[in-house]
Design a protein around this ligand. Structure first.
Ligand code: BGC
Length: 798
């Protein structure tokens, strides 16, 4: 880093004042009882900024990697502590040990000139110690309150350990299951994605960021990462503007509306401009259109990668392009630290630009109360991490997230005590994920400080006690053809299962079959180890890999009843199972209490209620696949429409929104008012004109009756879809525009009410180049998934 002697000496008076002003007042871990007002935040940040040297400012724009490996230090030769002492730093990431965090914070606060605390960031994606189900699972619950509560627990545990900033929520829309990172988000739909984004931001940040049990959230990856060509992680995305506005951006906007304090820019090229140096994304959309006041951090090394992308000539150019595009903080690459001083000296960027970039970072630190309370309070740690309510919540989350895909002949729930006359005396738990622990946490869950994890076989044993014998056979081991580059990095504890010879794999299948023959029922647990999904984990096929399909067919061939439990981060090719295996439960990566939650569902102590947040493909050949596509020139009712491939139906195996229960629900009495055309008769008209700038307050009310028609209490997710029949652009065949999860006792009926207003009816028109609500005829459907039949209509007039 360049030192600026002249500027420094002229600031010597201010330095003394600043040292006094910035000395921490109370060195405890408790956050402010009286949070600062926004005016105080702004005043304090501006006053501090005036005291800072250029080098100190640029250090605030830098996030230092906490990993010692040389490849992480290409542009940063000085040891972290030296940088902290000399200049401070905006943030440090990848340090998860509370003691080490505290030690580094003491260095920054006590030994740097201006005593500015560091913001410690980590990927606390679905739990820190108590790991909740992975985000795709939590989205399957369609339960925003539960999701908010789960992330509040994650925030509480992380903050007690010294983490003040989480790189979540991840809100990338994913329509291609080959892409490994589908597991980290809420699936394919912008409306559900927006609801999950809001819930997570509220869970992490709460209402008051300075509270001692909240963390700063960071919505990521801005934007379009999920559309990577061919589903290959990091590949370019090509997304037309209308698709950005209508599909990919709404969850980000929802996170902003919920008050998210930071945004992470994505890695990939968006329409040939890397997202981390993309002025359209970072300035036009984020700041000019949405008025974002927080700060943007790059994804890891993404500033340096602008050179690798072939977008920047060299690393100085990379620093220039990212900085002038609107990126405040460089994650880990050290390029800002090394080259922004040179950029400034050479006059390519101005001090005013630097100040504008630093201010939101300082403001965030003041808003969070970090100056007053920079340190962790270790006395709270153990108690917080071991709070028994956290595990209870995680178990309930598994119950609410797991999706029952098939239940032929009502095989489930299993009867452990003979109440139905079909009592089970012996259970075979089979499959390479049946005894898995870390693999139930998924990649990010395994990387924080996870507590103990309950495997599926353990969960079943705990449930049935000693009356029922439970034996386990592993079956073939799970390995990747190409290993993950994450394996072996110090903070990444994930491992593949050991490689086997073909003979060993065969033997493992025979052992499993022999066990199934000796048992009353087989619970077969298949899917993907954690290294097979998330980052660096795209795949070309969705098949049950490593002989798992063969294992499943062999076990089913014994004639014993089989329940398939899937542990995975994306839909897999289960077309064979969907015809031959009577019961299928999709548990995703269920987290610390996975085994208990799954056992609760298997034995009917909880009733499955998850619904798919993605369309489930029959095979990878259908990808990308999403329910909210537009229509074609062939009527959907034409006999050949459903097989646009000659070798595969066009429909998904299971539609978006789908999920079964041990009870059943019926939907009727749809009412649309006003302007409803129910049974072919127009009963009213209203006017919903205007654009997003309009003042239209009129709404369409939709209601439907939902009845529990089965014999036990259960939850369903009532979903509302609309379709605009004609307009300035083709509109999707269906779009989710409302949902409500509700519990009904057997026989109980409830009327569910939805409102369609401007937000639900508008779209970004590629012809109008703006948001518009158009006069048109609309269809509306209410039901349990995206193929809902209960139908009504309404018309919007000029
Ligand atoms: C991932 C981000 C993550 C960051 C920090 C990157 O490789 O893409 O999602 O937040 O690392 O760990």
């Amino acid at each position: 880093m360049t030192i600026w002697p002249a500027v420094r000496s002229s600031l010597c008076f201010l330095i003394l004042v600043g040292a006094f002003l910035c000395q921490p007042q109370h060195l405890s871990g408790q956050a402010s009882a009286n949070p600062l007002t926004e005016q105080q935040v702004r005043d304090k940040a501006s006053a501090l900024l005036k005291q800072m040297t250029p080098d100190e400012k640029i250090a605030q724009l830098s996030q230092l990697p906490g990993l010692p490996a040389p490849e992480f230090r290409e542009n940063v030769s000085q040891p972290m502590e030296e940088i902290l002492k000399k200049y401070g730093a905006g943030s440090v990431l990848w340090v998860s040990d509370p003691k080490e965090i505290d030690r580094l914070q003491h260095v920054a606060v006590e030994q740097s000139r201006l005593h500015i605390p560091v913001l410690f960031g980590l990927d606390v994606i679905h739990g820190y110690h108590t790991i909740f189900p992975a985000p795709i699972a939590m989205a399957s619950s369609w339960d925003t309150k539960m999701v908010e509560g789960a992330q509040a627990v994650a925030a509480q545990e992380a903050r007690a350990a010294g983490i003040q900033w989480t790189f979540a929520p991840m809100v990338d829309i994913a329509r291609d299951a080959r892409w490994g990172r589908m597991v980290e988000g809420a699936g394919e739909d912008p409306f559900l994605g927006a609801a999950m984004a809001r819930a997570q931001v509220l869970g992490f940040q709460g209402k008051e960021l300075s509270a001692p049990d909240r963390v700063l959230a960071c919505v990521k990856h801005f934007a379009g990462y999920g559309a990577a060509d061919g589903g290959r992680d990091y590949d370019s995305s090509y997304i037309p503007e209308e698709e950005m506005w209508n599909i990919y951006l709404p969850p980000f906007k929802a996170a902003l509306d919920a008050g998210v304090g930071s945004v992470m820019s994505a890695y990939m090229d968006l329409n040939d401009v890397p997202a981390s140096g993309n002025p359209w994304l970072l300035d036009e959309v984020l700041r000019k259109s949405w008025g974002f006041q927080g700060f943007v951090v790059s994804d890891a090394f993404a500033v340096r990668s602008l050179t690798t992308h072939g977008y920047a000539r060299d690393n100085q150019d990379a620093a220039h392009k990212a900085f002038t595009a609107g990126l405040n903080m460089d994650m880990a690459s050290g390029v800002y630290l090394k080259y922004l001083p040179i950029e400034l000296q050479q006059g390519h960027i101005s001090m005013q630009q630097i100040d504008n970039a630093v201010l939101p970072i300082l403001e965030t630190k003041f808003r969070m109360g970090l100056f007053e309370h920079p340190y962790t309070d270790e006395s709270r740690l153990e108690q917080t991490l071991n709070d028994p309510t956290h595990r209870q919540m995680a178990r309930a989350a598994v119950q609410r997230s797991t999706v029952l895909l098939r239940n032929e002949g009502r095989l489930l729930p299993l009867d452990k005590n003979g109440k139905t006359g079909k009592a089970i005396h012996s259970i075979a738990v089979i499959g390479p994920l049946g005894d898995a622990q870390d693999d139930l946490l998924s990649m990010w869950g395994a990387m924080t400080k996870p507590g103990p994890t309950v495997s599926v076989v353990q969960g079943i044993r705990d449930k049935v006690g000693s009356d029922v014998s439970v034996a386990y056979a592993h079956g073939p081991n799970l390995t990747r053809q190409f290993p993950s580059p994450f394996e072996g990095i110090p903070i990444v504890p994930m491992k593949e299962q050991p490689a086997q010879t073909p003979q060993e794999a065969q033997q493992s299948i025979q052992d499993a079959v022999a066990l199934a023959r000796r048992s009353d029922v087989a619970v077969v647990v298949l899917g993907e180890i954690d290294l097979m999904s998330a980052e660096y984990a795209s795949r070309s096929s969705l098949r049950l890999s490593n002989g798992q399909q063969e294992l499943l067919e062999a076990v089913a061939g014994t004639g014993k009843p089989v329940v398939l439990v899937l542990i995975n981060g994306r839909p897999l090719d289960i077309t064979w199972a969907a015809e031959h295996v009577p019961a299928i439960l999709e548990a995703w990566y269920p987290g610390s209490e996975g085994g208990h939650g799954i056992a609760d569902l298997l034995f009917g102590d909880a009733n499955p209620s998850g619904h798919l947040p993605v369309s489930w493909p029959r095979s990878a050949g259908q990808l990308p696949l999403y329910y909210n596509h537009t229509l074609t020139q062939n009527p959907e009712t034409a006999p050949n429409f459903k097989s646009r491939y000659w070798d595969l139906p066009s429909t998904p195996l299971y539609p978006f929104g789908y999920g079964l229960s041990y009870t059943t629900f019926s939907f009727d009495n749809l009412k649309v008012t006003p302007t409803a055309r129910v049974g072919g008769k127009i009963v009213g008209e209203t006017s919903v004109g205007g654009t997003n700038k309009g003042t239209n307050k009129e709404t369409i009310a939709v209601s439907a009756d939902v009845t529990n028609t089965g014999g036990r209490a259960g939850d369903t997710v009532v979903q509302l879809y609309i379709h605009q029949r004609a307009g300035s652009a083709s509109r999707p065949v269906r779009q989710l525009k409302g949902f409500e999860r509700l519990t009904l006792e057997p026989g109980a009926k409830r009327t569910v009410h939805f409102t369609l207003a401007k937000d639900e009816l508008q779209f970004w028109s590629p012809i109008e180049k703006k948001w518009t609500v158009e006069p048109a005829q609309f269809d509306v459907w209410v039901g349990e998934d995206s193929t809902a039949k209960l139908h009504g209509e309404f018309r919007l007039t000029e």
